[in-house]
Design a protein around this ligand. Structure first.
Ligand code: AMP
Length: 141
């Protein structure tokens, strides 16, 4: 059965997309740890980092950098946490390879305060436009 992220890739369910290329897709997490929390996935339905061929892993890493730069420019966080789970024991809930980009502000305790239901679909769409508009922009100021 196709993963929920493959259903997003196929356009069967909506997502607040911020970036897309041939091999990868980035969209906002519906249950964000912080404002602008984004997931970068490979479009191919592969469960964990251990399953990806090196070129696909490199493609995801490139997209993570592109999207993280756009987030820095658009939202001006103080830093960014990049995390990635493999297997249920690690906390992986969606068995389709993805990397979390979590913007961080000094003293936000974003990971320890991460709770469901903190953002509406409209807010997600608005934020996606703000971030995707800065894709490819190099200056953070
Ligand atoms: P992980 O626990 O590392 O597997 O992360 C999965 C993430 O996917 C969680 O942070 C969820 O909030 C997020 N998520 C699940 N379904 C969706 C969806 N339809 N759109 C956006 N994010 C999702």
């Amino acid at each position: 059965m196709a993963s929920i992220f493959t259903r997003i890739v196929n356009g069967e369910i909506p997502a607040a997309t911020v970036y897309e290329d041939a091999q990868t897709l980035a969209f906002l997490d519906v249950n964000p740890a912080s404002r602008g929390h984004t997931l970068v996935i490979c479009k191919q339905d592969l469960p964990t980092l251990l399953d990806l061929p090196p070129d696909l892993l490199a493609a995801v890493a490139r997209s993570v950098q592109v999207v993280a730069r756009a987030i820095m420019v658009a939202l001006h966080p103080d830093g960014v946490t990049i995390v990635q789970n493999n297997g249920t024991a690690s906390g992986q809930t969606v068995p389709h390879y993805h990397v979390h980009i979590i913007p961080r502000w000094e003293g936000d305790h974003a990971l320890s305060h991460w709770k469901p239901g903190t953002i509406t679909p409209d807010e997600l769409r608005e934020l996606a436009v703000t971030i995707s508009a800065r894709m490819g922009t190099k200056d953070v100021a």
